[in-house]
Design a protein around this ligand. Structure first.
Ligand SMILES: Nc1nc2c(c(=O)[nH]1)N[C@H]1C(S)=C(S)[C@@H](COP(=O)(O)OP(=O)(O)OC[C@H]3O[C@@H](n4cnc5c(=O)[nH]c(N)nc54)[C@H](O)[C@@H]3O)O[C@H]1N2
Ligand SMILES: Nc1nc2c(c(=O)[nH]1)N[C@H]1C(S)=C(S)[C@@H](COP(=O)(O)OP(=O)(O)OC[C@H]3O[C@@H](n4cnc5c(=O)[nH]c(N)nc54)[C@H](O)[C@@H]3O)O[C@H]1N2
Ligand SMILES: [Mo]
Length: 766
């Protein structure tokens, strides 16, 4: 099955982010997914205090929402989930798994919502219907026969706090901390880096800070595609003349210009707001060098100011009272020479000094960042380097200032808050022991990369996925797919068919679940669920549409049934009671974390949500030094072997288009980057194309430059000459994941280094 695609068109896009292009793209998907006009009414409930929380990104939900508090991509996510199309037993009877494996990611998910529990039948190579009771009894029997240490329980970041809490408890009652999650591939360097630097593993800003900030720094986050609602506070800030300085190898349209598609005036007059006031096209992996340069300039200028008696540039009082390690950090900056800083960052000294000057003048600064900082071999250090810059002027823990990691999945941060973690020290194990009278496992569990290693060496025997598309999202796709088939059991709890359902263990199950937008009726009536946004606010969410089929079940119910089928009964854990009334799960969450979830039940529908206490926000530094720590990086590169590479080796960034949510491909257009009708492209710098002897538009193969003897290649990518720094190239995730060696990950957080993969471009093979 191939997708119906017109001839690809590559042409620069002149429009702003948002605007009429956004309205058109949305109308198209509502029609394609056969969403009736009530779809528009449905969107009115999106991100409203009494409605449902968007299933797309985790950006904050304002207390006073706009009439339409959704964006193009949030609406696409809703349309994709609420599609009228269905994938039921008849679909699986028509298509064998071997046939489905030849379909694209787009084609698989586009067929519609999963409606029945299914089991893989190796005899016929088809999925066949199974009753829920049979499925749980078979899975439970299999799990009871396995060593819990050989079972992995993965979570994609969408499941609600209630489901996640139950799932984590199930894993620990079963006997394992093997709870990898999507954040292992995403903002783990935030959890590790911020914790070590400022003692809180999450961002320190809330929405109101954007109203009083006077400078926003933007590192490696593509707001226009991945968190478009965030463009509204940015536009408001720009209207107050707040400068925005962006560090990004690509000139992303959402960071250049924005037209609010919900403003009648802006739409009618085709006016747009300039977003970035300075745009620094840093090299991929060059942020540590760029930030070091800014710090170096500041520290030197501050010394000079002090010497001549002018106002200081550093916040000396803050540094003295609140921080640790300043002198070592200053010495590190002093030790760097400008030529190297320029070469490593790919930026000129004057551009870096200009940025530092604006930073030095701003009273309150917000540092925003995303995957451009985290998905590197030194991703944690890159995050900490941004913290260093912020600490120099006391920009953490006061109004209008702070760190703003933009989280991915809509509840990825919340899952951590309720115990989804492979690190036993981050889970309230003693509390669980007291509440439920069992001995929780104390050994460290497997994170995502370690789970993959275990699947490769066959020590992992079973995989349960609570959402997500693990096989497609992880590195080293080809090796992993081969190893995956050696597992005894794979279970996928999901809404849509994806590649992870088709690469099977010996026994494989698909358990279809309700999406967040559907009404979830249980014994006590329709249920609400809750989640945490990027700014640490908890929100309630109520389903509003009819379930896609009578056979689908809620995620909490599925987790409870799995637990009941696997575990010996524990009188202190009332799975059925919890499923009957989710308020009782929230009570259990509050009992486990009384300080964090104080009155969750009473406050989750408050406008703006219930705010979680973040100690660093109040300048309480929960670090071993009791202070905020300056952390000296080991070197200047996010990828330490970069400067040693042959000039023909390029650093490949894997990117999201404007028409996808992670492995979910909504379509083949990347409007803002001027790509239409294809995803098999390779963005390259025009000089590199010449230098390496290729032509724009030519089809090439891309090979990883690894030294482990394993060949990794993706064939047939079309070169697109693009405004990208020399030495870098870019293409789409997940198509390029076969190129990422599993061992190419952040040294501390183990996040795959998906933003700088060393590759060689070669003429297309036969
Ligand atoms: N519509 C939509 N929304 C989404 C998602 C989606 O796929 N689609 N995914 C969700 C998830 S799970 C996540 S984690 C977030 C991801 O959202 P982002 O954090 O924006 O992640 P990416 O799309 O991978 O883009 C990273 C950006 O960093 C830039 N970049 C790459 N390398 C570097 C570098 O070395 N330095 C710097 N400074 N910049 C660099 C790229 O050019 C790109 O603009 O979005 C979430 N929201
Ligand atoms: N090369 C490269 N690789 C990357 C990245 C990158 O930038 N580059 N980014 C990484 C990042 S940041 C992330 S977060 C991961 C994402 O990895 P995952 O979270 O594992 O992947 P998704 O694509 O978000 O998962 C999509 C599937 O989730 C299921 N689903 C959707 N909604 C629901 C629901 O409500 N409930 C349940 N149970 N299932 C549902 C559907 O079946 C759908 O097919 O990928 C990582 N991989
Ligand atoms: Mo993510």
């Amino acid at each position: 099955m191939t997708d119906k695609m017109a001839e690809p068109i590559i042409a620069p896009y002149d429009g702003p982010a948002g605007g009429w292009g956004s309205a058109g793209s949305l109308a198209e998907i509502l029609t394609r997914e056969q969403i009736p006009l009530s779809g528009a009414a449905l969107l009115m409930k999106q991100n409203k205090p009494d409605g449902f929380m968007c299933t797309s990104c985790a950006w904050a939900k304002p207390a006073k929402p706009a009439a339409f508090e959704y964006c193009e991509n949030g609406a696409k996510a809703t349309a994709w989930e609420q599609t009228a199309k269905r994938v039921g037993p008849d679909f699986f009877a028509r298509h064998s798994v071997t046939e489905l494996l030849t379909w694209t990611d787009y084609a698989l998910e586009e067929k519609g919502r999963l409606t029945h529990p299914m089991r893989y039948d190796p005899g016929t190579d088809h999925y066949v219907p199974v009753t829920w009771a049979e499925a749980f009894s078979q899975i439970g029997t299999a799990l009871r026969g396995l060593d819990p240490a050989s079972v992995v329980l993965y979570t994609s970041g969408r499941a609600a706090l209630e489901t996640s809490y139950m799932y984590g408890l199930f894993a620990r009652l079963y006997g394992t901390n093997n709870l990898p999650d999507s954040s292992n591939m995403c903002h783990e360097p935030t959890s590790v880096g911020l914790k070590a630097s400022i003692g809180s593993p999450v961002g320190t800003t809330v929405l109101e800070d954007f109203e009083s900030t006077d400078l926003i720094l933007f590192f490696g986050q593509n707001v226009g595609s991945n968190a478009p609602r965030m463009l509204h506070p940015l536009q408001d800030a720009r209207k107050r003349r707040v400068p925005i300085i962006t560090f990004n190898p690509l000139r992303e349209r959402g960071l250049e210009r924005f037209t609010n598609p919900q403003s009648v005036v802006e739409m009618a007059t085709r006016t747009s707001t300039e977003i970035s006031t300075q745009y620094l096209q840093v090299k991929a992996g060059g942020d540590i060098a760029a930030i070091t340069a800014m710090c170096k300039w500041l520290i030197e200028a501050d010394r000079e100011a002090e010497r001549v008696g002018r106002p200081r540039l550093l916040d000396a009082a803050f540094i003295a009272e609140h921080t640790h390690g300043f002198s070592a950090f200053a010495a590190f900056c002093d030790g760097q020479d400008w030529a190297t800083l320029e070469a490593r960052s790919g930026l000129t000294r004057s551009a870096l000094e200009a940025a530092a000057t604006v930073y030095a003048r701003a009273r309150a600064v917000i540092g925003v960042y995303g995957m451009g900082l985290t998905q590197h071999r030194k991703g944690t250090e890159a995050v900490q380097m941004l913290v260093n810059l912020m600490l120099l002027r006391g920009n953490v823990g006061r109004p209008g200032a702070g760190l703003c990691p933009v989280r991915g999945h809509s509840n990825v941060q919340g899952q951590r808050t309720v115990g989804i973690t492979e690190k036993p020290e981050l889970a309230p194990l003693d509390r669980l022991k007291d509440l439920y009278g069992f001995e929780p496992p104390r050994e460290k569990g497997l994170n995502t990369v370690e789970a993959c290693e275990g699947i490769l060496d066959r020590s992992v025997k079973a995989f349960i996925g609570l959402g997500g598309n693990f096989v497609r999202a992880i590195p080293d796709t080809v090796r992993m797919e081969e190893a995956w088939r050696h597992m005894d059991l794979t279970v996928q709890i999901s809404t849509k068919l994806n590649r992870s359902h088709l690469i099977n263990g010996a026994a494989a199950y698909i358990l279809p679940c309700l999406g967040r937008i559907e009404v979830d009726a249980q014994a006590s009536g329709p249920q609400a669920v809750s989640m945490e946004d990027s700014t640490s606010c908890f929100h309630g969410s109520r389903g509003v549409t009819q379930p896609v089929s009578a056979e689908v079940r809620s995620e909490p119910w599925i987790v409870a049934e799995l637990a009941k089928a696997t575990l010996t009964p524990n009188p202190k854990v009332d799975w059925d009671g919890w499923v009957g009334d989710y308020a009782t799960v929230r009570a259990a969450i509050e009992a486990t974390y009384p300080d964090v979830f104080k009155d969750l039940e009473g406050r989750m529908f408050d406008p703006g949500g219930l705010r979680k206490p973040v100690p660093a926000r109040a300048r309480q530094w929960e670090t071993p030094t009791g202070k905020a720590n300056f952390v000296v990086p080991e070197g200047l590169d996010e990828n330490p072997d970069m400067p040693k590479r042959h000039a023909d080796v390029l650093d490949l960034m894997t990117l999201r288009s404007n028409d996808q949510f992670n492995t979910t491909v909504y379509g083949y257009d990347d409007r803002f980057r001027g790509v239409k009708g294809t995803r098999t492209i390779l963005f390259m710098n025009a000089d590199d194309i010449d230098r390496l002897g290729f032509r724009d538009g030519e089809s090439v193969d891309v090979r990883t430059e690894a030294h482990d003897g394993i060949e990794r290649v993706v064939r047939g990518l079309r070169i697109v000459a693009y405004g990208i720094p020399p030495g870098n190239c870019g293409g789409y995730y997940p198509e390029l994941n076969p190129l990422i060696p599993l061992g190419h990950h952040d040294e501390q957080a183990m996040t795959p280094a998906a933003k700088a993969i060393p590759v060689r471009i070669v003429r297309a093979g036969p």
